[in-house]
Design a protein around this ligand. Sequence first.
Ligand code: HEC
Length: 126
Amino acid sequence: MKPLIVPALLSVLTVAAPSVVLAQDLAAGKKVFRRCNACHTLEEGGTNKVGPNLWNIFGSTAGTRTNGFKYSKALKSSGIIWDDSTMSAYLENPRGTVPKTRMSFIGLKKADQRDAVINYLRSATR
Ligand code: HEC
């Protein structure tokens, strides 16, 4: 009996582990997002604040979603398509990545914070 129970237990553990990691990561990302939420909402139909609502942000071209927000010329003409790596660069150093962007945010210098907030955004914006 034992040899059967052990593999079953192992497979339960390997299935459970990634979702545990994901949940921790989402919590970490949600915490990092406190630095954004003065200016951004995430939910569908959410209001624009100082910055635009971010629903459906991934895969869109920067500054082009039709959400009523008045984007800077700089962001609109950047040609950036939002994915993990373009988002990470912009969040690390907004004005270094898009000179003259109106997002006045100093940047997230820590890669793990950027990764966490990007994961959180992915789950909360679609
Ligand atoms: C002080 C307000 C402010 C803070 C804080 C801020 N943003 Fe922004 N954000 C803006 C503004 C304003 C824009 C529009 C920039 C432009 O038009 O050049 C913007 C644009 C963006 C865009 C591009 C939107 C699009 O439609 O292309 C993303 C993504 C974004 N912000 C994510 C974040 C994240 C994530 C954080 C936190 C880590 C954050 N922002 C913090 C104000 C802010």
